[in-house]
Design a protein around this ligand. Structure first.
Ligand code: PLP
Length: 381
């Protein structure tokens, strides 16, 4: 299907708007591990569900459309997808990574891939000169999260792609925070997009999933083989939950962004709050860049309270906003990166990135914004 429909329409209808055989509007859940072959040497295209499953295939095609790529791969979690993409590279390769990123990605690279002979440089990728300083002859990839987690720094996707392409390397973008509704890194020159589908894409804090989307025919077979060989593929029922979640991505993102903006603006005026990080603020250092490469700002807001002693009370007293890890779901969540999402990152690096004991992260859900503000007001005291 040629990609001329708008993003909202693609998200609702997916790759196959109805089942050809039955007319079913909702993609069937093919809860089958194995598929009968018509005869020796003949195949329906399906054989064993670790490698290929019709429900997962529909989801993979839908995500490829939404991310403006030609190949989509669905994994059992975001980490499953990130682990798979790194296997395109070889021991000895050097990869430059955003220093301010999801702690689980840091742990995977630093504890495991580093031990297998990969080398990583951690740098503030919103500062272009710093990336250039890290380049080495063996640099094969740049892995960025933009906006970054949790400091909301924005990296220039086009410039990053140019830089790494000139050296024959690849750009990988973790697009979890904005989702394909607000940002399409492949259009800006990225080679691979990865997602934690557990966040905005699934959208209901009820399913783990991960994705790789790309348009590289040369890598398509290798990535499929990695996915099938490792076996961290998304189950049929979870694939269906993702298809169902993605149908409402556009309206959820709009509402979550509205709530995020309202919370960010309110927090900025609060006497116990030191600073608020939100890419939708016009005085955000990369506001213009953000508007030039993304269509929105999502519902993610981080802030420093003035006194670390206020954090425990805030987390305890928030009642509507749930004190829990994760983001992107319809329920608003408040997270303490120091001990949750970024607990795996060494203290020195964490502090350098700004993740201190006074930093709190909010993921706005779709509740009424006045209720959310009242909850924060009560909790902040
Ligand atoms: C949650 C998250 C991940 C990891 O995804 P899982 O689905 O939890 O494995 C990776 N990157 C970002 C930005 C995330 O928020």
């Amino acid at each position: 299907m040629k990609n001329t429909l708008s993003q909202e329409t693609i998200l609702v209808h997916g790759a196959t708007p109805f089942d050809r055989e039955t007319g079913a509007v909702s993609t069937p859940i093919y809860q089958s591990v194995t598929f009968r072959h018509p005869a020796l040497g003949e195949s329906t295209g399906f054989d064993y569900s670790r490698g290929i499953n019709p429900t997962r295939t529909e989801l993979e095609k839908t995500l490829a459309l939404a991310e403006h790529g030609t190949h989509g791969l669905a994994f059992a979690s975001g980490m499953g997808a990130i682990s798979a993409i790194i296997k395109l590279f070889k021991p000895g390769d050097h990869i430059i990574v955003s220093e301010d990123l999801y702690g689980g990605t840091y742990r995977l690279f630093n504890q495991f891939y580093a031990a297998y002979g990969f080398s990583f440089s951690w740098v503030d990728t919103s500062d272009f000169a710093r990336i250039e300083e890290c380049l080495r002859p063996e640099t094969k990839a740049l892995f960025i999260e933009t906006p970054s987690n949790p400091m909301m720094k924005v990296s220039d996707i086009r410039r990053c792609a140019d830089l790494v392409h000139r050296r024959g390397g690849r750009l990988i973008v973790d697009n979890t925070f904005l989702s394909p509704y607000f940002q399409n890194p492949l259009d800006l020159g990225a080679d691979f997009v990865v997602h934690s589908g557990s966040k905005y894409l699934a959208g209901h804090n009820d399913t783990l999933a991960g994705f790789i989307v790309h348009s590289s025919d040369a890598d398509a077979d290798t990535l499929r083989t990695i996915q099938k060989s490792e076996g961290a593929t998304l189950a049929p029922f979870d694939s269906w939950l993702l298809l169902r979640g993605i149908k409402t991505l556009a309206i959820r993102m709009e509402k979550q962004q509205k709530n995020g903006a309202a919370l960010a603006a309110w927090l900025r005026t609060h006497p116990r709050v030191e600073a608020v990080f939100y890419t939708g603020f016009e005085d955000h250092p990369q506001y213009k860049l953000s508007c030039s490469q993304a269509r929105g700002h999502s519902g993610m807001v981080s802030f420093y309270v003035k006194r670390a002693a206020d954090v425990a009370r805030l987390l305890k007293k928030c009642s509507l906003i749930l004190f829990a890890e994760s983001l992107g779901g319809v329920e608003s969540l408040i997270t303490y990166p120091l001990v949750q999402t970024h607990g795996a990152i060494p203290q020195q690096m964490r502090l350098a990135a700004g993740v201190t004991d006074t930093l709190v992260r909010l993921s706005a859900g779709i509740e009424d914004s006045a209720d959310l503000i009242a909850d924060l007001e009560n909790a902040l005291g």
